[in-house]
Design a binder for this molecule. Structure first.
Ligand code: NAD
Length: 492
């Protein structure tokens, strides 16, 4: 592969294709989008710029594949075998895919490997789970046999963001395919190459043509047209609140279901008895992972006032030692995804500093980092007023906000005091307090003396409030990607 300093001529850019009906294809317009490596700011590949004109064909291929019963008509065990085969093919291609994911998203190589490993686990998990989802029998009377069965929705649309393309695609595709749906996936125009590669491997794994279609393109073109298409049966969207709102109204117009996996401003709470040696490394990792561009990043740290100085001193030192650099350099954090994201993150920090919020500690950018790359430093601020943008809004960058509190009630009030509710972390040795607070915090997941930003394929994941609705991951996703039918037989 090309070293991170090298510019490629337009003929040298690798041309990735969309995948529709089992065939690799260009956009009908012939237009393409350059894929920019965030570490260098330089293009290294292109994808087709599919538009509304291409959406109809992709949906119709998915409908045809659904009707043919080549996939939904297989036994659940057979679908599982083919998904497992896909996980094996990903394992064989792990090295290539990890490099590609890191180059495409900017995340340090070690995180690229981690993301491919997670994707392998998703497909393996759903391969094994495919034949474990069962219905119930219902005792309505001696002359009746009443039962519930789970059926696929039909054609499922999945719209995927750029921050974890491989993981988010795998968690959706694994579960939706296990239940017999067919899929049209619109990955992000900012990072999507591993998704395309995986869909091609799916054909090799025996997932029939048309079952898994990848439509590349811009959100406002291909994504919008896909979400409004009247022939689709279900949408799952992971991304911003703003676009999620549009997706929900598109789903409402079609009277179909949707799951929304949106943003977060997840709190981690350090009580007076917390083990800081255990807590602070985890807290630091969870805001640095993917340079803070993680929906479940623990971006607010609520600290009991009795531990304030200790926490501030430790984080000041550790943030000062953090270095941002190219994905290949594999440092503490990589670049952000694009220039707009750098401007957005810097604007939050500039505003906070103009408002007098103290910068506790800041990392550096490696001198060898290419000058056109989208780098920013890791920063920790505090005390951050609870109504300040830095304490309320999703920054989506490596910025941690510290907020002091005095009582358990106050900690819960602050934790619940944003529009979001995705994940929360509680650090205490008091099991009664941990349990009370876990119940009082409004979020989709709560971790006690650990934190799992994105972790655990087995763990149902999703939000409350403006973090979205519906659950992915674990067995819950299989329910989300299927519909329950009740059958009643009068056998008298
Ligand atoms: P985004 O909403 O801009 O884009 C997400 C996807 O939607 C992309 O594929 C994009 O092309 C598409 N899109 C954009 N406009 C569209 C439109 N009008 N119609 C249909 N599709 C459209 O989000 P992003 O910037 O890619 O991702 C960052 C956001 O995603 C953050 O808010 C983050 O918290 C959230 N996120 C949530 C989760 C989760 O599981 N809860 C996971 C990752 C990211």
């Amino acid at each position: 592969m090309t070293g991170y300093g090298a510019a490629l001529s337009s003929q040298d850019l690798k041309k990735y294709k969309a995948l529709v009906g089992g065939e690799q294809c260009e956009a009908s317009s012939g237009e393409t989008i350059d894929m920019i490596c965030p570490s260098t700011g330089l293009p290294f590949a292109t994808i087709p710029r599919c538009s509304a004109a291409d959406v109809g064909r992709a949906v119709s291929c998915a409908k045809t594949a659904l009707a043919s019963s080549d996939w939904a008509g297989l036994s659940a065990g057979e679908r599982g075998k083919r998904l497992y085969r896909l996980s094996e093919l990903l394992t064989q291609n792990r090295e290539y895919l990890a490099q590609l994911e890191a180059r495409d998203t900017g995340k340090p190589l070690a995180q690229g490997y981690g993301d491919i490993d997670a994707a392998i686990q998703y497909f393996a998990f759903y391969a094994g789970a495919a034949d474990k989802i069962t219905g119930e029998t219902l005792p309505i009377g001696v002359d009746f046999l009443a039962m519930t069965v789970r059926e696929p929705h039909g054609v499922v649309v999945s719209i995927v963001p750029w921050n974890y393309p491989m993981q988010i695609f795998a968690r959706v595709a694994g579960a939706a395919l296990a239940m017999g749906n067919t899929l049209v996936v619109k990955p992000s125009e900012d990072a999507c190459l591993t998704v395309i590669e995986t869909a091609n491997l799916a054909l090799e794994a025996g997932i029939p043509p048309g079952v898994l279609n990848i439509l590349t393109g811009l959100g406002e073109e291909a994504g919008a047209a896909l979400s409004y298409n009247p022939e689709i049966d279900f949408i799952t969207f992971t991304g911003s609140l703003e676009v999620g709102t549009m997706i929900q109204s598109a789903a409402a117009r079609n009277h179909i279901g949707c799951t929304l996996e949106l943003g977060g401003k997840s709190p981690q709470i350090i009580f007076e008895d917390a083990d800081l040696n255990k807590a602070l490394p985890v807290i630091k990792d969870c805001i640095l992972k993917n340079a803070g561009q993680t929906c479940s990043a623990g971006s607010r740290l609520l600290v009991h006032q009795s531990r304030w100085e200790e926490v501030v001193d430790t984080l000041r030192m550790s943030f000062k030692s953090l270095v941002s650099g190219s994905y290949e350099a594999n440092l503490d954090l990589g670049p952000l995804i694009n220039a707009a994201q750098v401007r957005r993150v810097n604007a939050f920090c500039d505003q906070a500093e103009a408002d007098g919020v103290a910068l506790i500690g800041e990392g550096t950018i490696a001198p060898a980092a290419p000058s056109e790359g989208y780098y920013t430093t890791a920063k920790v601020y505090g005390p951050v007023p609870i109504d300040h943008a830095l304490a309320q809004d999703e920054v989506f960058g490596p910025v941690l906000s510290l907020i002091p509190f005095r009582t358990e009630e106050e900690a819960v009030r602050i934790a619940n005091g944003t529009p979001y509710g995705l994940v929360a972390g509680i650090w205490t040795k008091d099991i009664s307090r941990a349990t009370r607070v876990a119940k009082a915090v409004r979020s989709g997941q709560v971790f006690v003396n650990t934190y799992g930003a994105g972790g655990g394929v087995e763990l149902p994941f999703g939000g409350v409030k403006k973090s979205g609705h519906g659950r992915e991951k674990g067995f819950e996703a299989l329910k989300e990607f299927s519909v329950l039918k009740t059958i009643v037989v009068n056998h008298a």
